[in-house]
Each structure stands twice: as C-alpha cells, then as structure tokens.
Design a protein around this ligand. Structure first.
Ligand SMILES: *Cc1c(COP(=O)(O)O)cnc(C)c1O
Length: 396
C-alpha cells in the first residue's frame, strides 16, 4: 500500500491503515516494562518461534521492544523507504550503535569534518582510545576517495553538514564505496527524508536525530537507524543488549509529530530560502551559508540531489564577538538554544554555545569564529521572522 502513497499520506497513516488497540485512532501509549504469558506452554511456543526468528506476540521484556515504539519504527521506515527502522533514545545513541555494530578490530573508518560535535569527539577521542583507526577528511567525495585504505570498512558522513551546510555528492560516495566494498552511513538529520533519499541513491544506512525535524516540536529526544533488514538485524542485536530505547511516551510523541512532517518540511524549506535571501541582502551581514543560495559552494550538488534545503542557516555578522552578541540579544522571536527542526525559531553563537571550552586557536581551526551565528527557523510567519532578524541587525 505505502509504495503507491505519497510521503504526506505515509506520514499520517504509516505503511498501511489498520485498526489499533481499542479501535483508537491515535497510537496507544503502552506504558509497561514487561509482557506476561498465559501458561508455560505459551512461553515454550514463543521461545521456539523466537529461535526461528519469528516474533509471534509481544516480547517478554521492554528492552526488546514496545508496541508504541514499533508503531513509530514502522512509520519511519515507510517514510524513508527503508526495509526496517530501529529507534534509539537519542540521535547520538543511534550514531554510536551503528558505528559499534559494524566497526572491525583492524578496520578503518572515514569521517567527514564539519560534523556533529559529539560524533567528531566519539570518532577521534573515544575510538582512538580503543586503538581503532579513523580518518577525518574534508566533506567531499574526492577527499573520501583519497583517504581509502585497504582496511577501510566504513564511510560515515553527514549531509548537509553543520554549521556550514556542506552538501556531499552521495552518488559519488556510493561509487567509491562500492569499488572498495565499504559500508556507507549517512547522518541525514539536516536533510530529512523529505529533502534527501540516501537509500534510493545506494547509501547503506541512514541515521537521523529524530529530536530535530522528525519529532519537530522541541519536546523529545530520539534517534533512528534505517536500511536493509539484514543490516538492521545486526544493529538490533546490539540495541537489545545496550537498551538505549526511546520509551513509550517519547515514541508516541514522535509518531504523532510525524503526522505533520510533510507539511512542516514544506514550510521549513520555504522559510529557509526566503530568510537566507533576505539575510544575504542585508548590509550588516558579511556572509550567509545556505545550500539553496547560488552563493553556496555546494549549491549545484544540493540542487541535483535535494528537494529542498531545510531551515538551518549560518551567517557571519559584520564585526566581532561584541556585535554578534548584540545582534543575538536584540532578537525577540528567536530562543537562544542549540538544536533545530522544531516549531520555535532558535539561534546560537557557535563559539560560545557548542565550543565554549575550546581554545580560540582550536575554534579558529575548525571555523567556529566569534561572528558565526546559526539560525534554526521554526514555523512562525516568515515575515515576522524576517522583521525580527532585520530589526536586530539594524540595532547592532
Ligand atoms: C542533534 C544532532 C545529533 C545528535 O542527536 P541527539 O538526538 O541530540 O542525540 C547528531 N547529528 C546531527 C547532525 C544532529 O543535528
């Protein structure tokens, strides 16, 4: 059924319309830690089937699954066009579980720079501590190709990246990976399945922080890994041991938030482009990074592989730390906080919010300059957002 349905329909109904417990229209929140059996015979029958890889009823224990979580996973898989989805308690637990599942003792993992702060720290500091080989390269297919070693077994990348919104040519990466038998993973949080279809382009695993656009309301933490069933089964085995599960209420909020996913993304894409254009024309703005702008270095790639460009915009304010903070403090609509993809518009000065404890030299080396501001637009009226940004810029 879902194969013929459009994305907005799947976002409302999931893979197929079916009646839920108690004929409820919304997904029931099954708040339980375990599931009981009628008799020992039922236990034996259940365990036998489980041994053959069949689940004939709810599992015995909450770490192995929850019906509300399963409902959200089915809908996410249908939206992404994946065979299977596994939900996690956060985007970072999804990233780390996917990496730990497929890393090999003598393997080598290629990461792209300008990636999420915690992913970078996990790759360099933690994996380094375990003696695992990792290389951090420029976010481009050419740089990835150059970094391939005989023992490379994973390419992990993000697109668009954060905060510079670099867009990587996925078709090129898939070509390189297939030539060398390397598994590809992409953290596509900033793109979402509305704007980018990595699995259809041949990427093996897609990861999202569902905390962002998928949840969409700045009120939950979750992460998801999506892809082929054989790969997801391995991720699931580790997930069942590790137990970084989202819980029933979070799963409900996520599945509910997804009902408006397509509608929200339409607005995010429109707002992102209109606001980026307005900022680029403002004299107090030195530079704007948004993949939908012709001035962005990866605009051609973005246009070729994305349907829209989302609502994260990075900009340089003319001036230094003082002018930048004056701008942020004059904003009336924007909340000063990290994250993105929710209903409220958010603003951060990257140097103070995400990299405060780093040395100025390190910040400079990774492009986290004092006058760099990241905006994550919400769902407010676009002209109110532009008016707020302009009044704050004018008052610097
Ligand atoms: C937020 C984010 C993460 C981490 O997700 P959490 O849900 O906060 O753990 C990972 N990658 C990207 C690109 C993100 O934006």
């Amino acid at each position: 059924m879902a194969k013929q349905w459009g994305l907005a329909t799947v976002a409302v109904h999931g893979p197929g319309r079916k009646s839920k417990a108690h004929h409820a229209v919304s997904t029931p929140i099954v708040q339980t830690s375990n599931y009981s059996f009628e008799s020992t015979a039922e236990v034996v029958e259940f365990m036998k089937a489980k041994g053959e890889g069949r689940l004939i009823r709810e599992s015995e224990y909450g770490r192995y699954g929850n019906p509300t979580q399963a409902e959200a996973e089915r809908k996410l898989a249908a939206i992404e066009g994946a065979e299977q989805a596994i939900l996690f308690s956060s985007g970072m637990s999804a990233v780390i579980m996917a990496l730990l599942t497929f890393q090999k003792r003598d393997g080598h993992i290629i990461f792209t720079s300008d990636c999420y702060r915690q992913t970078r720290d996990f790759a360099i500091q933690f994996m380094g501590k375990l003696g695992l080989q990792t290389t951090l390269v420029e976010p481009s297919a050419a740089a990835i190709q150059k970094a391939i070693r005989p023992n490379t077994n994973i390419i992990f990348t993000e697109s668009p990246t954060n905060p510079y919104l670099r867009v990587i040519d996925l078709a090129e990466i898939v070509k390189v990976a297939r030539a060398h038998g390397v598994l590809t993973m992409i953290d596509a949080t900033l793109a979402t399945p509305y704007n980018l279809r990595p699995l259809e382009m041949g990427i093996d695993l897609v990861i999202h922080s569902a905390t962002k656009y998928l949840g969409g309301h700045n009120d939950l933490l979750a992460g998801v890994v999506l892809g082929r069933r054989d790969l997801l089964e391995e991720v699931g085995r580790l997930q069942r041991m590790f137990g970084a599960i989202p819980g029933a209420l979070t799963s409900f909020l996520l599945e509910r938030g997804l009902k408006t996913f397509a509608l929200r993304m339409e607005h995010h894409n429109r707002a992102g482009l209109e606001v980026a254009q307005a900022l680029e024309a403002h004299p107090k703005v030195e530079k704007v990074w948004y993949p939908g702008l012709e001035s962005h270095p990866d605009h051609a790639i973005a246009k070729g592989q994305m349907r829209g460009f989302g609502s994260v915009i990075s900009l340089l304010i003319r001036g230094g730390d003082t002018e930048t903070r004056r701008f942020i403090d004059q904003l009336k609509l924007f909340l000063i906080t990290p994250s993105l993809g929710g209903t409220e518009s958010l603003v951060t000065q990257m140097a103070t919010m995400s990299f405060f404890e780093s040395t100025p030299e390190y910040r400079q080396s990774i492009g986290m300059v004092d006058n760099l501001v990241r905006l994550a637009l919400g769902l407010e009226d676009i002209r109110d957002v532009i008016a707020d940004l302009c009044q704050a810029l004018d008052r610097i």
